[in-house]
Write a protein that binds this ligand. Structure first.
Ligand code: FAD
Length: 487
């Protein structure tokens, strides 16, 4: 293991890392001129992963955070939304219990109790993360940081110096020009604060965040109408998956308008009226704006120091180096997929790169994506269309296994499919899945794609019966020319 030598570790100073004040003084003095091997601005998924890995590799680390360690994902993103989705699944199970011969009734949703359950999970994970950071000897620096040179970040009166600096300031909920957030026009942050189930919600954006909230609200009894400017819901996914997704949402009674752009919204005490460019109007209690996330980089000194940027995103090469030697960027501020596990991977990657370990680059296309709605969507690698663009029509084959043939899916009463795309006589280059719980199957799929496995290599391996995982095995078997439970 390559270990980076310490360069003036703050652990050698008489410093209380939690309060960033000098210990042993009669008066509390601000810490200044702390020097670390690595300074990280932002302690979300990308920043804290970099800190944990760098400390493992022997670096002294100063981790600057203006709010809470864990960032968007832990506090207002992945974890809270998935807790809501689980409460939605429980509601569906109670509502549909009779289908399985169980007598139960859904009396309603106690939203404050759901919030208590959700906040309990966050509090426990937050505590665990804080403990881990402390145990790894990372110095937490609380406050808003600003990059003042390629090696310094200013936090209040303190100058924090790093041989290397990682920018990891994350993202914020974007809106459209002229569409003001406020009152009944909300983003995901305010949606998480609602302490009631709205009767009717309009959702602007049919991507991951929009369809996940739609799924929760529908399971809780709301009427939902999604507006998506692109021609289909979950437009970043394989076209056949989008079609099945739309069918499933229609069946659940979730309305949607695709291929039409939002024009305007008005609101009063009782609700909102959304007008689309085709003249149609949608009335609802609330409008959730879920049109993507922008990079949180404004006013942080990046441009002044000369960091190359594009529309607020920090530009890097594939090794996450900015144009300034020693300054790196990770997570949502780097153009590409905005996912927590990409942030983790970025953070680990940069720490290892600084340590000279020459880590492997994972391109965005090979990062697994999961949409945790009902049904779930999970994918990794190329769509069939992209594979054909890249390798030529004749060089690509695909197989779509219908979950109707899978015992466990039948038990769960879920519809969907698993599509595997391969290069003929070559590797699996894409896997695209839809159905309840298919997010849990993405691990094997991403291994196949990232290891360039041929279907013939993986087909002989076993899948426990009965699992939904077998459906992936069936697709591999079919592509290897020996389908078992299919023709
Ligand atoms: P962040 O997590 O945003 O962290 C940046 C940190 O930097 C923050 O803590 C912030 O306070 C701090 N900061 C910013 N500026 C400064 C400054 N000047 N000084 C000090 N500190 C600063 N991803 C998934 O993979 N799976 C999911 O299921 C999922 N669900 C999501 C659901 C929602 C509703 C949302 C909004 C996002 C979801 N995401 C999900 C995306 C995921 O949360 C992000 O991709 C991830 O948090 C990005 O990590 P990051 O480190 O780049 O930024």
């Amino acid at each position: 293991m390559t270990v980076v030598p310490h360069i003036g570790s703050a652990r050698h100073l008489d410093v209380d890392p939690r309060t960033t004040i000098l210990r042993g003084c009669k008066e509390s003095l601000p810490v200044s001129n702390q020097t670390f091997d690595l300074v990280i601005l932002g302690a979300g998924s990308g920043g804290y992963a970099a800190a944990l890995r760098a400390s493992q590799l022997g670096m002294s680390v100063g981790l600057i955070e203006k709010s809470k360690v864990g960032g968007t994902c832990l506090h207002v993103g992945c974890i809270p939304t998935k807790a809501l989705l689980h409460a939605a699944e429980v509601a569906d199970a109670a509502r549909d219990a009779a289908k399985f011969g169980v007598k139960a009734t859904l009396e309603g949703i106690d939203v404050p109790a759901v919030i208590q359950y959700r906040e309990g999970i966050i509090a426990s994970k937050y505590k665990g993360l804080q403990g881990l950071i402390k145990a790894r000897g990372i110095t937490m620096i609380e406050g808003e940081g600003r990059l003042t040179s390629p090696t310094t970040v200013q936090v209040g009166d303190s100058t924090i110096t790093g041989t290397n600096v990682i920018l990891a300031t994350g993202s914020y909920s974007r809106t459209l020009p002229g569409l003001e957030i406020g009152g009944r026009v909300i983003t995901s942050e305010q949606a998480l604060q609602l302490d009631y189930v709205p009767k009717k919600v309009a959702v602007l954006g049919g991507g991951v965040i929009g369809v996940e909230f739609s799924s929760v609200w529908r399971s809780w009894g709301s009427e939902v109408h999604i507006i998506e400017a692109l021609p289909r819901l979950v437009p970043m996914e394989e076209e056949s998956i989008s079609k099945q997704f739309e069918r499933a949402y229609r069946k659940r009674g979730i309305e949607f308008t695709t291929g039409v752009r939002f024009q305007s919204v008005t609101q009063n005490e009782s609700g909102v009226v959304v007008t689309l460019e085709n003249g149609a109007t949608i009335e609802a209690d609330l409008l959730l704006v879920a049109v993507g996330r922008g990079p949180a980089t404004a006013g942080l000194g990046f441009e002044e120091v000369g960091v190359a940027m594009d529309r607020g995103f920090v530009l890097t090469d594939e090794r996450l180096r900015t144009n300034i030697p020693g300054v790196w960027a990770v997570g949502d501020i780097v153009p590409g997929l905005q996912l927590a596990h990409r942030g983790f991977q970025h953070g680990i990657f940069v720490a290892e790169e600084i340590a000279g370990l020459n880590p492997v680059v994972i391109s965005d296309v090979n990062i697994p994506k999961v949409t945790y709605s009902e049904p779930e969507v999970a994918s990794v690698g190329l769509s069939e269309a992209k594979a054909k663009e890249q390798y030529g029509d004749a060089a690509v084959a695909s197989y779509e296994y219908n979950l109707a043939g899978n015992g466990k899916s039948h038990i769960l009463e879920t519809a969907g499919s698993i599509k595997v795309v391969r290069v003929i006589d070559g590797p699996v280059v894409g896997v695209h899945m839809i159905g309840a719980r298919v997010g849990e199957l993405i691990g094997e799929a991403q291994l196949a794609v990232n290891w360039d496995a041929h279907p013939e290599d993986v087909a002989p391996l076993l899948h426990a019966h009965p699992t939904q995982n077998e459906a992936l095995g069936e697709a591999f078997l079919a592509l290897a020319g020996k389908p078992l439970h299919a023709m």
